[in-house]
Design a protein around this ligand. Structure first.
Ligand code: 5GP
Ligand code: MG
Length: 178
Protein backbone atom coordinates (compact mmCIF):
# COMPACT_ATOMS: atom_id res chain seq x y z
CA UNK A 1 0.00 0.00 0.00
CA UNK A 2 1.21 3.49 -0.83
CA UNK A 3 2.04 5.56 2.27
CA UNK A 4 -0.10 8.41 0.92
CA UNK A 5 -3.20 6.21 1.29
CA UNK A 6 -3.04 7.03 5.01
CA UNK A 7 -3.03 10.80 4.50
CA UNK A 8 -6.13 13.00 4.30
CA UNK A 9 -5.75 16.65 3.27
CA UNK A 10 -6.73 19.20 5.93
CA UNK A 11 -5.28 22.43 4.48
CA UNK A 12 -3.86 22.92 1.00
CA UNK A 13 -0.73 24.97 0.28
CA UNK A 14 -2.99 27.74 -1.04
CA UNK A 15 -5.16 27.85 2.10
CA UNK A 16 -2.05 27.92 4.29
CA UNK A 17 -0.45 30.75 2.38
CA UNK A 18 -3.60 32.88 2.50
CA UNK A 19 -3.85 32.48 6.26
CA UNK A 20 -0.16 33.17 6.78
CA UNK A 21 -0.43 36.39 4.77
CA UNK A 22 -3.10 37.58 7.23
CA UNK A 23 -0.94 36.61 10.18
CA UNK A 24 2.09 38.45 8.76
CA UNK A 25 0.02 41.55 8.20
CA UNK A 26 -1.18 41.53 11.79
CA UNK A 27 2.34 41.05 13.16
CA UNK A 28 3.69 43.83 10.95
CA UNK A 29 1.07 46.18 12.31
CA UNK A 30 1.68 45.20 15.95
CA UNK A 31 5.48 45.40 15.79
CA UNK A 32 6.06 48.39 13.56
CA UNK A 33 9.29 50.14 14.69
CA UNK A 34 9.92 47.51 17.39
CA UNK A 35 12.29 45.17 15.53
CA UNK A 36 10.97 41.96 17.10
CA UNK A 37 13.00 38.78 17.24
CA UNK A 38 11.18 35.77 15.84
CA UNK A 39 12.19 32.49 17.46
CA UNK A 40 11.29 29.42 15.43
CA UNK A 41 11.01 26.13 17.26
CA UNK A 42 12.88 23.44 15.32
CA UNK A 43 12.33 21.24 13.55
CA UNK A 44 8.59 21.55 12.96
CA UNK A 45 8.28 25.32 12.44
CA UNK A 46 11.06 25.83 9.89
CA UNK A 47 8.73 26.09 6.88
CA UNK A 48 6.10 28.13 8.73
CA UNK A 49 8.69 30.63 9.98
CA UNK A 50 10.26 30.91 6.53
CA UNK A 51 6.89 31.65 4.91
CA UNK A 52 5.65 33.86 7.75
CA UNK A 53 8.62 36.22 7.80
CA UNK A 54 8.32 36.76 4.06
CA UNK A 55 4.83 38.19 4.70
CA UNK A 56 6.20 40.49 7.43
CA UNK A 57 6.98 43.97 6.12
CA UNK A 58 8.88 45.43 9.11
CA UNK A 59 12.46 45.04 10.39
CA UNK A 60 12.85 41.83 12.37
CA UNK A 61 15.47 39.29 13.48
CA UNK A 62 15.34 35.50 13.26
CA UNK A 63 16.58 32.84 15.68
CA UNK A 64 15.98 29.13 16.12
CA UNK A 65 15.77 26.95 19.17
CA UNK A 66 15.54 23.19 18.98
CA UNK A 67 13.39 21.34 21.47
CA UNK A 68 12.40 17.74 21.79
CA UNK A 69 9.20 16.47 23.37
CA UNK A 70 7.73 13.90 21.01
CA UNK A 71 8.48 10.26 20.21
CA UNK A 72 6.42 8.84 17.31
CA UNK A 73 2.81 9.94 17.76
CA UNK A 74 2.78 10.59 21.53
CA UNK A 75 4.04 13.54 23.56
CA UNK A 76 6.67 12.32 26.03
CA UNK A 77 5.71 15.00 28.54
CA UNK A 78 9.24 16.20 29.22
CA UNK A 79 10.91 18.85 27.10
CA UNK A 80 14.64 19.05 26.35
CA UNK A 81 16.67 21.83 24.71
CA UNK A 82 18.75 20.38 21.88
CA UNK A 83 20.00 23.70 20.45
CA UNK A 84 19.90 27.00 22.34
CA UNK A 85 19.61 30.47 20.76
CA UNK A 86 22.61 32.81 20.81
CA UNK A 87 20.99 36.29 20.75
CA UNK A 88 20.52 38.34 23.90
CA UNK A 89 16.75 38.60 24.50
CA UNK A 90 16.98 41.15 27.30
CA UNK A 91 14.64 44.07 26.61
CA UNK A 92 13.65 42.65 23.20
CA UNK A 93 10.20 41.96 21.75
CA UNK A 94 10.22 38.19 21.34
CA UNK A 95 7.79 36.35 19.04
CA UNK A 96 7.74 32.58 19.60
CA UNK A 97 6.83 30.76 16.37
CA UNK A 98 5.49 27.23 16.88
CA UNK A 99 4.17 24.72 14.40
CA UNK A 100 1.50 23.15 16.60
CA UNK A 101 0.24 23.28 20.18
CA UNK A 102 -1.23 20.16 21.69
CA UNK A 103 -0.84 19.83 25.49
CA UNK A 104 0.95 23.18 25.68
CA UNK A 105 3.92 21.60 27.48
CA UNK A 106 6.49 22.65 24.90
CA UNK A 107 5.27 26.23 24.65
CA UNK A 108 5.01 26.60 28.42
CA UNK A 109 8.57 25.34 28.84
CA UNK A 110 9.86 27.77 26.21
CA UNK A 111 7.83 30.70 27.54
CA UNK A 112 9.25 30.15 31.04
CA UNK A 113 12.78 29.83 29.66
CA UNK A 114 12.53 33.06 27.64
CA UNK A 115 10.99 34.90 30.59
CA UNK A 116 14.27 34.30 32.47
CA UNK A 117 16.05 36.54 29.91
CA UNK A 118 13.80 39.53 30.77
CA UNK A 119 12.48 40.36 27.29
CA UNK A 120 10.35 43.46 26.78
CA UNK A 121 7.43 41.31 25.61
CA UNK A 122 6.67 37.73 24.59
CA UNK A 123 4.14 37.03 21.83
CA UNK A 124 3.14 33.48 20.97
CA UNK A 125 2.25 32.45 17.43
CA UNK A 126 1.34 28.99 16.23
CA UNK A 127 0.21 27.72 12.86
CA UNK A 128 -1.98 25.00 14.37
CA UNK A 129 -3.67 24.53 17.71
CA UNK A 130 -5.42 21.36 18.71
CA UNK A 131 -8.88 21.84 20.05
CA UNK A 132 -8.32 20.48 23.56
CA UNK A 133 -7.50 21.57 27.09
CA UNK A 134 -3.90 22.70 27.50
CA UNK A 135 -1.40 23.49 30.26
CA UNK A 136 -1.06 27.17 29.42
CA UNK A 137 -1.68 29.90 31.96
CA UNK A 138 -1.55 32.53 29.18
CA UNK A 139 -3.42 32.98 25.88
CA UNK A 140 -1.83 32.15 22.55
CA UNK A 141 -1.73 35.48 20.73
CA UNK A 142 -2.06 34.35 17.14
CA UNK A 143 -3.34 31.01 15.83
CA UNK A 144 -3.39 29.96 12.17
CA UNK A 145 -5.95 27.17 12.37
CA UNK A 146 -7.70 25.33 15.20
CA UNK A 147 -7.85 21.62 14.40
CA UNK A 148 -9.28 18.42 15.93
CA UNK A 149 -7.05 16.22 18.12
CA UNK A 150 -5.92 13.92 15.27
CA UNK A 151 -2.22 13.62 14.45
CA UNK A 152 -1.19 15.77 11.50
CA UNK A 153 1.84 15.89 9.19
CA UNK A 154 3.21 17.97 6.33
CA UNK A 155 4.30 21.59 5.95
CA UNK A 156 7.24 20.98 8.31
CA UNK A 157 5.46 18.55 10.63
CA UNK A 158 6.74 14.99 10.75
CA UNK A 159 5.92 11.48 11.73
CA UNK A 160 9.24 9.90 12.75
CA UNK A 161 11.05 12.50 10.61
CA UNK A 162 8.99 11.78 7.46
CA UNK A 163 6.42 13.92 5.60
CA UNK A 164 7.94 17.33 6.48
CA UNK A 165 8.30 18.03 2.76
CA UNK A 166 4.57 17.87 1.92
CA UNK A 167 3.29 21.32 0.99
CA UNK A 168 -0.15 20.83 2.58
CA UNK A 169 -1.22 19.72 6.06
CA UNK A 170 -2.60 16.19 6.29
CA UNK A 171 -4.27 14.04 8.87
CA UNK A 172 -2.19 10.88 9.30
CA UNK A 173 -4.12 7.78 10.20
CA UNK A 174 -2.28 5.06 12.16
CA UNK A 175 -4.85 2.56 11.01
CA UNK A 176 -3.75 0.67 7.89
CA UNK A 177 -7.36 0.19 6.84
CA UNK A 178 -8.32 3.86 7.21
P1 5GP B 1 2.73 19.91 23.12
O1 5GP B 1 3.95 20.11 23.94
O2 5GP B 1 1.88 21.15 22.96
O3 5GP B 1 1.92 18.74 23.58
O4 5GP B 1 3.19 19.46 21.70
C1 5GP B 1 3.90 20.32 20.95
C2 5GP B 1 4.88 19.64 20.02
O5 5GP B 1 4.53 18.26 19.78
C3 5GP B 1 4.80 20.32 18.72
O6 5GP B 1 5.71 21.38 18.66
C4 5GP B 1 5.12 19.21 17.75
O7 5GP B 1 6.50 19.10 17.61
C5 5GP B 1 4.56 17.98 18.41
N1 5GP B 1 3.19 17.66 17.97
C6 5GP B 1 2.03 17.80 18.66
N2 5GP B 1 0.97 17.38 17.94
C7 5GP B 1 1.47 16.97 16.75
C8 5GP B 1 0.86 16.44 15.55
O8 5GP B 1 -0.34 16.26 15.39
N3 5GP B 1 1.72 16.15 14.53
C9 5GP B 1 3.07 16.33 14.61
N4 5GP B 1 3.80 16.00 13.56
N5 5GP B 1 3.68 16.83 15.72
C10 5GP B 1 2.88 17.14 16.77
MG1 MG C 1 7.04 22.09 17.66
Amino acid sequence: MDIYDKLTLLYSAKEISLRIAEMGKELSKNFDNKEPIFIGVLNGSFIFLADLIRTVSIDCNIEFIQLKSYEGMVSSGKVEVIKMISSNLNNRHVVIVEDIIETGNTLKFLYDKITQSFPKSITTVTLLKKNMKNQLNFDIDLIGFEIPQDFVVGYGLDYNQKYRNLDGIYHLSNNNNA
